[in-house]
Design a protein around this ligand. Structure first.
Ligand SMILES: Nc1ncnc2c1ncn2[C@@H]1O[C@H](COP(=O)(O)OP(=O)(O)O)[C@@H](O)[C@H]1O
Ligand SMILES: [Mg+2]
Length: 438
């Protein structure tokens, strides 16, 4: 019987909690920012506090004495919660502050791949206030470019030419602006292709890929509107994606295996946790856009429910660096996840609106995100509210289940009804064909 402490309070952590509680013996405790009804109902006990309050996390961990702690979101990793737990001699699934630079510093990761000659980088340059004069020459030497502030930006810092700005001059203006709040900016050549996420589990030595997933960042159907935290995602029963081959996935895994090895060489520490590779298939093969140091939200919902291997056992193997002995099996099912969000999300969401769940289909699942259970019902805050998941033998059926579940949530909400549909997937395949033709 394991005692597990889970940090985080979104839908991603709700599905992680569910994975732990598949083994009914597991005693789950949670450190949450707000009372997620799903996580709370699966936990023996929970503590509400901020991710910055390391003292509070420390006291709670000391009280619970868990076998290990699982860190869901990036903020506690950035704050060094794993280093703190190490001092307490408590194991963690999640990297130390230094290793979490894989996510928190895009310049660190680009340089790591370059130094250790790992493929997958686009052409890039890193500029700070001292050498920003070189940025103009660099931008002039690229076709279109992408500007990335160095540091966590909550998914809102990256600007892509043609989408967020038009000219090279505006690129340089944005570089200067970003340098006011960030130590450096990364300028990259703009890649063309289809994006996908390859979430990998690692003990620092062995790296295992979970089925690939495709997320949808734009707010509205047809991939239009502002970028969001992610409106939904899908995965396929053959553990590929309609535009991806097995070789492409192997390439993504290879990059990540080499990156894990490089991280050890570079820091002397073993990375234990999730290496989420944000990849793009281009006409020149698979490229790395970024790493995250944790599961994706929504992508965690697509993969964890498919795991047949017990999650507590997987985590124990990560901590004891025995992952090479574990066979992680995933069911051959397709999944579609759709997020219910408040009207006006993400720019001006309605706040504190009540929602009602009127009949989730028997084979559908829901995961709570930014909602609050009050005496008279369930209220949304101002962010993504509930993730609806369908699992089935094929995408068509998984989509139907997710869509039915999404429609059964009533209130001032909307969701993207096109995610996982044949129409949208055919567009992705056609896009990839078009790119490879040129
Ligand atoms: N080199 C690139 N070429 C084209 N698009 C890019 C490139 N880098 C990032 N993007 C786009 O910008 C989005 C956000 O960039 P990413 O590196 O994932 O940062 P974050 O998730 O921290 O905002 C990506 O999902 C992708 O759509
Ligand atoms: Mg990203």
């Amino acid at each position: 019987m394991a005692t597990v402490l889970l940090i985080g309070s979104g839908a991603r952590e709700h599905v992680i909690a569910e994975a732990f509680k598949k083994d009914k013996e597991t005693k789950l405790y949670s450190y949450i920012k707000s009372k997620n009804p799903g996580i709370a109902s699966l936990s023996e006990d929970f503590e509400i506090g901020s991710y910055d309050d390391l003292k509070r996390i420390q006291n709670y961990a000391k009280k619970i004495k868990p076998d290990f702690v699982f860190i869901g979101p990036e903020d506690p990793l950035k704050n060094g919660v794993v280093d703190l737990l190490k001092e307490l001699k408590i194991g963690a699934i999640g990297p130390s502050k230094s290793l979490a630079r894989l996510e928190t510093s895009k310049s660190f990761t680009r340089n790591l791949l370059k130094k250790y000659k790992i493929g997958g980088n686009p052409r890039f340059g890193i500029f700070d206030k001292k050498n920003v004069s070189g940025a103009k020459r660099f931008v002039d030497g690229l076709g279109q470019c992408v500007i990335k502030p160095d540091g966590l930006t909550g998914g809102k810092g990256v600007k892509v030419q043609g989408e967020h700005f038009k000219t090279k001059n505006s690129a340089l203006e944005y570089c200067n602006e970003a340098l006011n709040s960030h130590p450096a900016v990364i300028i990259e050549e703009k890649l063309e292709g289809e994006e996908f996420s390859l979430q990998c589990l690692t003990d620092g030595k062995t790296v295992i890929a979970m089925p690939p997933v495709q997320d949808h960042k734009r707010a509205f159907a047809g991939d239009i509107g502002p970028n969001t935290g992610g409106m939904g995602s899908y995965s396929c029963e053959n553990h590929l994606l309609p535009f991806l081959t097995k070789k492409d996935i192997e390439k993504g895994l290879k990059i990540t295996q080499k990156a894990a090895e490089a991280l050890h060489k570079e820091t002397g520490e073993y990375y234990k946790g999730v290496m989420y590779a944000g990849l793009m298939l281009t006409k020149d093969g698979v490229k790395l856009l970024e790493y995250n140091a944790r599961f994706g939200d929504p992508e965690a919902m697509n993969v964890l429910p498919l795991a047949e291997t017990g999650f507590v056992g997987i985590c124990n193997a990560i901590i004891s660096q025995q992952l090479h002995k574990v066979q992680i099996k995933f069911r051959n099912k397709a999944t579609v996840c759709k997020y219910i969000v408040p009207e006006g999300y993400p720019d001006s969401p309605v706040k504190n609106e009540k929602i009602e769940i009127t009949g989730i289909p028997e084979n559908g699942r829901i995961y709570y995100a930014s909602v609050e259970q009050k005496g008279d019902g369930l209220y949304m805050t101002a962010s993504r509210a509930i993730a609806c998941l369908g699992i089935a033998d094929n995408l068509e059926n998984a989509e139907k289940i997710a869509e039915y579940a999404a429609k059964s949530i009533k209130g001032r909400v909307f969701h993207r009804s096109d995610i996982g549909t044949k129409g949208l997937i055919d567009k992705r395949i056609a896009h990839m064909k078009e790119i490879c033709k040129n």
